[in-house]
Write a protein that binds this ligand. Structure first.
Ligand SMILES: Cc1cc2nc3c(=O)[nH]c(=O)nc-3n(C[C@H](O)[C@H](O)[C@H](O)COP(=O)(O)O)c2cc1C
Length: 181
């Protein structure tokens, strides 16, 4: 199984990337091949002016690991009660309408506040639903992420950490079951 983890912000040195790297190691322990797509590297300068539907080599190269993966895990930080704008721009520069058709997607929400990214994840799920993705129902939310996530120890709340481990095991089974048809 090939998994691509999307770190869903263009914030430099983001918590989303820290969480992505931690989760990458969890999947690798289970023998999953993992790549990370960090939206901080999205070639924003090459799409200025609204170049939708055009062939842009830097965008095509950037989106390749996402399109080649069997499954996606998206780390979504909460910005103004929603998901970051760069994540929508990235989606709008994926092949339309085929990008996520029947693609298994799992989610981890993170936030500075108490709701752990529930709002941005649910809003993003409306988009992914429209795009005909297979959305894994077990989601993980990390509240007060600056204090509650450690790059080596993981989530400092024991219950949430167990949920993350359960999501990892469950998502692998889900993706394999879908592959078998
Ligand atoms: C533009 C912006 C808006 C934010 N809005 C919210 C918000 O609505 N609710 C919240 O709990 N945290 C909010 N935060 C805090 C982020 O959720 C928190 O800093 C983030 O999850 C850390 O991850 P990051 O480093 O990957 O951005 C906001 C941060 C930024 C930069």
């Amino acid at each position: 199984m090939k998994l691509n983890i999307i770190s869903g912000t263009d914030m430099p040195n983001s918590k989303a990337l820290e969480v992505s790297e931690y989760i990458k190691a969890l999947y690798e322990k289970e023998g999953v091949e993992v790549t990370i797509t960090d939206l901080v590297d999205f070639p924003l300068q090459d799409v200025v002016g609204g170049k939708y539907g055009q062939s842009i080599p830097s965008v095509e190269k950037f989106r390749e690991p996402v399109l080649e993966a069997d499954a996606l895990l998206i780390i979504i930080p909460e910005y103004n009660g929603s998901f970051p704008g760069i994540l929508k721009i990235f989606i709008d520069y994926m092949p339309y309408p085929s990008a996520f058709v029947k693609t298994p997607i799992a989610y981890v929400g993170i936030a500075g506040g108490a709701f752990g990214g529930l709002r941005p994840v649910e809003q993003f799920q409306m988009v992914a639903n429209y795009m005909d993705a297979h959305q894994f129902p077990e989601r993980v939310f990390i509240s007060r992420v600056q204090d509650m996530f450690h790059p080596i120890q993981g989530i400092l709340d024991e219950f949430q950490q167990k949920l993350l481990e359960s999501q990892t095991q469950g998502f692998i089974k889900y993706v394999n079951a879908l592959k078998r048809g």
